[in-house]
Design a protein around this ligand. Structure first.
Ligand code: TXA
Ligand code: MG
Length: 341
């Protein structure tokens, strides 16, 4: 099929793609999504085919406002409304008990569903005009870095989807935070644009799923099925180097080979002469790292690098999400420069 390229003025055409059971590239504030009518099992099945996504990995339902929540969820706890009040529209997905109207194709048969109200105005306009919720995973081929521009989504999806709306580069750059409100205490399943610290301000104690911080052991099941897959991975293997930025830069410089790629903070970009370098913003600016980390990972696939080294921000605020994505791209292959001689 030919993928039509739409602009923000084409909201009616984009909504028509969703209503007619097609596949639509949708801009959101986190990453581009691969959307379909979330109430249409055949359309949802086409998402899995286009991405090459494992069938046991459920999708998030996107709605234009919190008022739609009760149409798809039951036993919605007061904490969900408190979170919606504070963070919606925005980069937060809540896992809630689903109603039967939500197809098994969306939830992979779970009795819960992830609900998100995105902040991107074009996305909300499309959802309102379509009058249906959109099931939408990130718009990458399964396993590849998530797309933060329409061009990156087209690298993976040209010819596989009906249309894509170019809403500009994504403002957050990493996917939404996922919190499971059916668990007590609520559980962080994926760190993202809304920080753990912000969730705790509204919810009190929040458990952190082990899959956020480390590789699952044999037989262990993360609560978000998607967290078990190797993800966000460029073709070359990645090593994350944690620690004080001066030390991590020195560690990488000492271990470089000529065919290495480096993801680093801006201050250190001149320390790796002759290498492919992707600077992701000044040290300490984790929100900027979030905006640029997926583009950096994706860029190496257009180069001959055979090995990638990455500096990593501290695991606080949105730095937790950046470090989670880098660690997953590295298959949790992590060195701590502060502990190395
Ligand atoms: O920012 C985002 O959330 C983007 C944009 C497009 O909205 N979407 C996104 O979707 O990241 P996806 O499919 O790439 O990641 C969804 C994650 C997966 O890890 C999946 O396993 C988990 O959410 N998930 C979905 N429904 C769930 C449920 N009912 N219980 C637990 N985890 C769930
Ligand atoms: Mg994804």
């Amino acid at each position: 099929m030919k993928t039509r390229q739409l602009t923000p003025e084409d909201v009616p055409a984009a909504a028509a793609v969703l209503r007619s059971g097609g596949l639509l590239g949708i801009p959101t504030e986190t990453v581009y999504g691969l959307g379909a009518n979330g109430l249409d099992p055949a359309a949802v099945a086409a998402i899995f085919r286009a991405k090459g996504r494992p069938q046991d990995n459920p999708l998030i339902l996107h709605i234009p406002c919190a008022d739609w929540l009760e149409q798809y969820c039951v036993q919605v706890p007061p904490s969900a409304y408190a979170l919606a009040e504070r963070f919606w529209p925005g980069p937060l997905t809540m896992v809630l008990r689903r109603r039967a109207i939500v197809p098994d194709a969306v939830t992979a048969g779970l009795d819960t569903v992830g609900m998100r109200c995105p902040a991107h105005p074009v996305c909300r306009a499309i959802l309102s005009a379509a009058g249906v919720p959109a099931a939408a995973p990130s718009g990458n081929t399964s396993g590849r870095p998530s797309p933060t521009t329409a061009a990156h989504m087209l690298e993976d999806m040209e010819g596989k989807i009906d249309a894509i709306v170019d809403g500009g580069p994504c403002q957050v750059g990493v996917e939404s935070t996922i919190v499971d409100l059916t668990a007590a205490p609520p559980r962080l399943l994926r760190p993202g644009g809304v920080t753990l610290e912000q969730l705790q301000q509204v919810l009190g104690p929040v458990a952190v799923d082990p899959a956020v911080l480390r590789l699952m052991r044999a037989g262990e099941q993360p609560k978000a099925p998607g967290m078990k897959y190797r993800h966000y991975a460029p073709k070359a293997p990645v090593t994350v180097v944690r620690g004080e930025p001066g030390r991590s830069a020195a560690y990488i410089a000492a271990h470089l080979t000529a065919d290495s790629g480096v993801i680093c903070f801006d201050e250190y970009r001149d320390r790796f002469p002759g290498c492919n370098v992707e600077a992701i913003g000044p040290a300490g600016e984790a929100a900027e790292h979030a905006r640029r980390v997926f583009d950096a990972l994706r860029a190496f696939d257009r180069t001959p690098v055979t090995r990638i080294w990455a500096q990593c921000p501290p695991v606080e605020g949105i730095g937790l999400a950046v470090s989670n994505r880098l660690n997953k791209a590295a298959g949790f292959h992590i060195v701590d420069a502060d502990l190395e001689e």
